[in-house]
Write a protein that binds this ligand. Structure first.
Ligand SMILES: [Zn+2]
Length: 438
């Protein structure tokens, strides 16, 4: 009897397990429902760990309404550890390369294999399928995350080579900041230079080259509105400049060269969506990472609002275009950020004295994110109000660098359910190649 009792439930369990597996492992493939011409959007909030996502939720959305990036139907976690002989914590290059080629590589490796070998990236595969391709950044469009997909190089700092690589590969849509790498020394380009960090350091006029190759070119709101594709290059105001609002009285909303990240995304969808074979688009909010390095929670949450605005544009688009897979995640966390109470039993909860990575951004003269004597809360660490309540929180930081925590991933669209659970960061590649039928 005891044996029978044991056996029956076990068998039931196995049966249920088998049913569950067949029900959710491959429903789309079994029913032939995988779209013939899917599109894929990977949106990375660089450095956006679960604490960052939570702070953005509290500050901008409160406790009732779920923020757009977390309202996507499927959620899971991705590890972030690189394939590095020495390091446990990833940089953006290795993080993005794991997504782009499906292999964990050493830090600094930008779109190349573990031994520096050239391998096809997801963007290459998309081109082979006849899809249109796009790269959009709120900051420098030639930075490591996007380069890992569109212009693999031995060193992430080879910005000019990366810009050239995009043009050689024929990436259809290139929107972001970093104009200085596209113009040669002595040619300021179309956006006024502010400070020496803005000065052109290219070797030739790559904008002219792009125009020769058939790209429409934009440098401000009017020229941006006029872009129609099918190939488009927009080098607009870098989001790094947006962070100077409070410091120098600069108003980005009135800067004709500033185009909001969600507008960049909407235009990218307009242009890329013209291709019946679908598109592959990678978007990054690099500003989020910079804010983490600088221990600037205030601007981290502003960047987070932009991420949510971009997600909203995309989820609206998905209503008419259900074959679009959207993946929202991060390459790693930045700053070891933690949400804390302002007071503990009536006493101020002290902040750690970690010094920020870059406490004086290039446009500013004084640091504002530095730890205060006696553990006081730096201005840009709070207190912040939880929207719709009287409750407040502040944030604290453990490092000016990245951390090795897992990061959330949320997704919507075909095969989005694959992101449920805990996975390696290379899982992004696995799901996209599955959707591509590779
Ligand atoms: Zn970083």
């Amino acid at each position: 009897m005891p044996v029978t009792h044991r056996v029956v439930p076990l068998l039931s369990l196995v049966a249920v397990g088998a049913l569950t597996l067949s029900a959710c492992s491959d429903p789309a493939a079994e029913s032939g429902a995988l779209p013939e011409n899917p599109s894929v959007i990977i949106l990375s909030g660089d450095g956006m760990g679960s604490q960052q996502r939570t702070a953005i939720q509290y500050h901008s959305y409160g406790l009732d309404e779920r923020q757009p990036m977390d309202a996507l139907p499927f959620a899971g976690m991705l590890d972030t550890i690189p394939g590095d002989p020495e390091y446990a914590v990833s940089d953006s290059a290795a993080g993005a390369t794991a997504w782009a080629i499906g292999q964990k590589v050493p830090n600094g490796t930008t779109g190349l294999g573990p031994d520096g070998d050239s391998v096809p990236t997801l963007l290459d595969m998309a081109k082979d399928r006849g899809m249109s391709t796009g790269l959009v950044n709120d900051h420098d469009v030639t930075n490591a995350t996007l380069a890992a997909f569109g212009a693999p190089v031995a060193d992430r700092d080879l910005k000019v080579e990366i810009a050239e690589g995009y043009l050689e590969r024929g990436v259809d849509v290139l929107f972001g900041g970093g104009e200085k790498y596209w113009y040669p020394e002595g040619d300021a380009g179309r956006i006024p230079d502010v400070g020496e960090d803005d000065v052109s350091e290219g070797t030739s006029n790559l904008v002219e080259r792009a125009e020769e190759l058939g790209y429409g070119y934009a440098y401000d709101r009017d020229t941006f509105d006029a872009l129609a594709g099918p190939r488009a290059l927009a080098l607009v105001q870098d989001s790094a400049k947006r962070r100077s609002t409070e410091i120098e009285g600069y108003d980005y909303q009135n800067d004709p060269h500033y185009v909001a990240p969600e507008k960049l995304v909407a235009k990218a969808l307009d242009i890329l969506g013209q291709n019946d074979k679908g598109f592959f688009l990678v978007i990054e909010s690099d500003d989020l990472d910079s804010d983490g390095h600088e221990h600037d929670a205030q601007n981290m949450m502003l960047a987070g609002e932009s991420v949510n605005a971009m997600v909203q544009v995309i989820t609206e688009y998905q209503k008419e275009h259900p074959d679009v897979l959207l993946i929202v995640t991060a390459d790693h966390e930045t700053g070891g950020m933690a949400i804390e109470n302002v007071l503990d039993d009536g006493e101020p909860e002290p902040n750690s004295d970690q010094i920020a990575d870059d406490p004086v951004p290039y446009w500013a003269e004084t640091p504002e994110n530095m730890p205060l004597p006696g553990g006081g809360v730096p201005k840009r660490s709070g207190p912040f109000t939880i929207k719709g309540t009287d409750r407040q929180f502040k944030v604290d930081w453990t490092t000016p660098e990245h951390t090795g925590t897992m990061v959330p991933v949320t997704a919507a669209g075909p095969l989005a359910e694959r992101f449920t659970g805990v996975h390696h960061n290379t899982h992004v590649y696995d799901v996209v190649t599955e959707l591509f039928g590779n």
